[in-house]
Design a binder for this molecule. Structure first.
Ligand SMILES: Nc1ncnc2c1ncn2[C@@H]1O[C@H](COP(=O)(O)OP(=O)(O)OP(=O)(O)O)[C@@H](O)[C@H]1O
Length: 320
């Protein structure tokens, strides 16, 4: 990502962020800069440190090392002010099931001491298409509507930065698409969004991405920058024989770093083009199998990065 961005434009600007539990760094020297009005996707396997990083950014956890600002406010000295100015959607967002949508939003508005509360609740309802359902009990809503309520609650105090921790986990594809339309509308209004997700289609909808594993940031940038920097060579193998046996066979070939199934096609990835091409040449001769060069996609790159990280950091990540 571009380091020359003017500091005043950076909604998130942190360096060396580190958090340890029991002597183990679960977030390790993370640098992250996100410009105002951008949507930054935060990706990484389970337990890689996304939630811990987000909680440090919103002032809920104090870093053991590192420094920086959110919305120009110092992470350590101005944590309370940060909490007031950001919207944080946790993985298990809470609402009162026996209160209506409007009553839930009114409650959150009171917590934040929002001035002109009624107007703020009306605006949040309108912004997220909740007006017609405002009197429904939260407990009776489907997953997608509950998630909209949670987003409305995050926005009630007009934050300029949204930190969303897996906001669409378990939500159906149509509701996820609506949610992302909302996120883009918010970004167009100048709100910065850091959003963690495990979904590749959501990663593709972000302006930029940060990928973390074992607490370390392994890649940052736009989708194109990350794919380009990985320098991954990919061949697609397709045909009737595609299945677990072929996958095992491919994994054992020289130069093969990863084999990933996309429906009835396999992406075989490595770093050394010549080695990979030679290794795959005999397969191309088999009847019913097709082997062809392919473009690397984000999933190929993340699988490759996690493989390299396993080799480099997995041992070091054990408790000392
Ligand atoms: N309070 C805590 N005490 C001890 N270990 C913790 C604590 N909080 C988190 N961890 C550990 O830190 C690591 C990172 O956890 P974190 O929740 O930040 O990961 P994550 O990337 O958000 O994972 P997921 O995608 O599953 O939500 C995990 O190994 C977790 O068990």
């Amino acid at each position: 990502m571009n380091e020359i961005a003017n500091a005043a434009e950076l909604a998130i600007d942190v360096r060396g962020l580190t958090k340890r539990y029991g002597g183990r760094a679960v977030v390790d020297q993370v640098d992250l800069q996100v410009r105002a009005g951008r949507i930054c996707g935060f990706l990484g396997p389970n337990g890689s440190g996304k939630t811990t990083t987000i909680r440090m950014l919103c002032g809920l956890l104090t870093p053991d090392e590192g420094s920086g600002t959110c919305l120009g406010l110092d992470l350590r000295r101005e944590a309370l002010a940060i909490k007031r100015q950001i919207g944080y959607m946790t993985q298990r967002f809470g609402w009162y099931e026996d209160l209506s949508i409007r009553q839930n939003l009114d409650f959150v508005a009171r917590l934040f001491a929002v001035p002109e509360r009624r107007a703020a609740v009306d605006a949040a309802l309108a912004r997220l298409g909740l007006v017609a359902r405002q009197h429904q009990l939260a407990g009776a809503l489907s997953g997608g509507w509950k998630q909209r309520l949670a987003l409305a609650a995050c926005l009630i105090h007009a934050p300029r930065l949204l930190l969303l921790d897996e906001p669409t986990a378990g939500v159906d594809p149509a509701a996820r698409r609506d949610f992302w339309d909302q996120i883009h509308q918010l970004a167009a209004q100048g709100i910065t969004v850091l959003v963690s997700t495990h979904y590749m289609d959501e990663a593709e909808r972000c302006h930029e991405l940060a990928y973390i594993a074992y607490g370390r940031l392994l890649a940052r940038g736009t989708q194109g920058e990350i794919i380009g920097a990985a320098g991954l060579v990919v061949f697609e193998v397709a045909g009737d024989e595609v299945g677990p046996l072929l996958v095992s066979e491919l994994q054992a070939l020289p130069g093969v770093q990863s084999v990933t199934a996309f429906g009835s096609r396999l992406h075989v990835a490595g770093q050394d083009a010549a080695l990979l091409r030679d290794a795959l040449a005999p397969l191309a001769q088999r009847p019913g199998l097709r082997v062809a060069p392919a473009e690397a996609n984000l999933e190929d790159v993340f699988i490759s990065l996690i493989g390299q990280a396993q080799d480099n950091f997995a041992g070091a990540a054990q408790p000392s």
